[in-house]
Design a protein. Structure first.
Length: 504
């Protein structure tokens, strides 16, 4: 283990330059600005609880300025009426700049969120680059249709030309969480910008830094001012006035189901289009033909990746009773073997959770699990060191009727449960209010195909979990959300359809 000051000494020059700015500014129109009311939010490194920066505590006045800047940029056509090939070119240029500064962004993400920088570089930053490139391509492939119409109430000899046109929906509010700060911002920005929308982005108050760095790259790439605006601030002061602002045409939100419901209701008042990507309690189902060694390794990845702070984390593990003891024993070995440490330490596999609040919430659930009678097979609380570290924890339970089985924990905590037959496990897998992801572990093609349609989940993985791709729509059934991020479906949600009917 290396001391934090040694780790900081090895930061990339760009990261050190960025962090040397003790107070960061936010981007509104072409101005890098402080909050109108002058307040600041502290940004904490969760690995050692030190304050690494301050960002403006944006409020309603800042949000209003940002929405007006985005509105002006949309209405005058500087982005929406730019040639699609120009929008594509700028998005590709942005992807190149993110790739150029991948190490800096990975280090910023690590210091701000806690995750391992090496993983952030490959996953958070690498996938962001690929995602912008994927979405850049859509800018030149937006199309409507020509439609053969009958118009039965008109005289037979009348003729019509009819078509649909796609138009950008307008000004987008993108409200993003702290678990994948850069990547989830990209999930909103990519399709919005490809479609010709302008954006006000509000990063999470816990992790605002990578969005601000991205703002610099957006400027450097040459996006016209006002196309992307970034307002830092917390949920009640900045997020709430943003999503309720009458100048917003669409809200795209990722975060808790609780806030998602609030945003959905507010959006309905203005008929704002809305995409909500919310919580989950995703099951992992190991059938009796599965290889228990592979299943245990898969389960460890499904729940411990990003410290379990993943909306589709495999947090309920259903294992056929034949393999149950073996899979739990192997999973406990994986959990105990994970190297906990500072995100900048190249040895680290598991960093701290994002905040004191999140560590306390997760440990609160671990206590609840014990009180409810679940057995601890690995982990079981805070790691004995400063910072918000929680040990990877494996519970076992015979029953689903526990809060730790029903409620989203959003930390490195899994509950393993045995089952007998496939009808039983299909029913139990669906028995939560959520429906984001699910995985099936089996090589029995016939049973796998029969099980897929029975699972109420936006994504079903087979022999893998947490595998996402730019081309695959991602989102939830039930309380896990509304609409989809990624893929063509996401692009469509930033477009309106205009029907054109012409009498000839
Ligand atoms: P949250 O839903 O409160 O925060 C997510 C984003 O929404 C942040 O940018 C926040 O500032 C903003 N926000 C909060 N209240 C708002 C409001 N009234 N109007 C507009 N924006 C608002 O999530 P939080 O409190 O950070 O985490 C709580 C729980 O939510 C976690 O334990 C986890 O279970 C879940 N969560 C799920 C995520 C996912 O990826 N689906 C991501 C983050 C949290
Ligand atoms: Mg909250």
């Amino acid at each position: 283990m290396q001391a934090p000051n040694e780790l900081f000494a090895r930061l990339a020059e760009g990261t050190r330059d960025f962090l040397a700015q003790a107070r960061h500014r936010m981007l509104i129109g072409q101005d890098w600005t402080e909050a109108a009311e002058g307040g600041w939010l502290e940004v904490v490194n969760p690995a050692d609880e030190s304050i690494i920066a301050r960002v403006p505590a944006g409020g309603a006045a800042d949000v209003d300025r940002a929405v007006r800047a985005a509105r002006a940029a949309f209405d005058d056509g500087r982005w929406s009426r730019l040639r699609p090939s120009e929008r594509q070119r700028l998005l590709l240029r942005l992807a190149d700049l993110i790739e150029r500064d991948a190490q800096v962004l990975a280090e910023i993400e690590s210091i701000d969120n806690g995750k391992a920088a090496q993983i952030a570089r490959v996953v958070d930053v690498g996938v962001t680059v690929e995602f912008f490139r994927y979405m850049a391509g859509w800018a030149t492939k937006i199309e409507g249709s020509t439609n053969e119409v009958s118009v039965p109430f008109m005289p037979r000899e009348s003729e019509f030309f009819a078509c649909t046109k796609k138009e950008p929906v307008g000004v987008v509010a993108a409200v993003v969480p702290w678990n994948f700060p850069l990547l989830v911002a990209a999930w909103k920005l990519g399709p919005a910008l490809a479609a010709g929308c302008t954006v006000v982005l509000k990063p999470a108050e816990q992790t605002p830094l990578s969005a601000l760095y991205l703002g610099r790259l957006i400027e450097e790439a040459g996006f016209p001012p006002g196309v992307v605006n970034i307002v830092t601030g917390d949920g009640p002061s900045a997020g709430a006035p943003l999503v309720a602002h009458p100048g917003i045409d669409k809200v795209s939100f990722t975060g808790s189901t609780e806030v998602g419901k609030l945003i959905g209701k507010v959006a309905m008042d203005n008929m704002t289009r809305v995409t909500l990507e919310l919580g989950g309690k995703s099951p992992m189902i190991v059938l009796d033909d599965a290889d228990p060694t592979l299943a245990a390794a898969g389960a460890a990845q499904a729940i411990f990746f990003n410290h379990g702070q993943v909306c589709c984390a495999g947090s309920r593990l259903y294992v056929h009773k034949k393999h149950f003891d073996r899979v739990v024993a192997d999973l406990a070995v994986h959990a105990d073997a994970l190297r906990i440490g500072h995100g900048l330490d190249p040895e680290t596999q598991l960093g701290p959770l994002v905040s004191r609040e999140q560590a306390e919430r997760v440990c609160g659930y671990i206590d609840i699990g014990r009180q409810e009678g679940a057995r601890v097979a690995a982990g079981g609380g805070r790691a004995d060191r400063p910072g918000y570290f929680v040990r990877p924890t494996v519970f076992t339970s015979e029953t689903d009727a526990l809060r730790i089985v029903q409620e989203e924990i959003f930390g490195p905590v899994v509950v393993a449960m045995p089952y007998d037959d496939i009808d039983e496990v299909a029913r139990r897998a669906n028995d939560t209010p959520y429906g984001l992801g699910a995985s099936i572990w089996s090589n029995d093609l016939s049973r796998v195909h029969r099980l897929i349609p029975r699972l109420k989940a936006g994504t079903v993985w087979v022999n893998c979990h947490n595998v996402l791709d730019a081309a695959m729509p991602f989102g939830g059934y039930k309380l896990s959300g509304f609409g989809r991020d990624m893929g063509r479906q996401s692009l469509e949600s930033y477009l309106e359809t205009k029907s054109v009917i012409m009498a000839l």
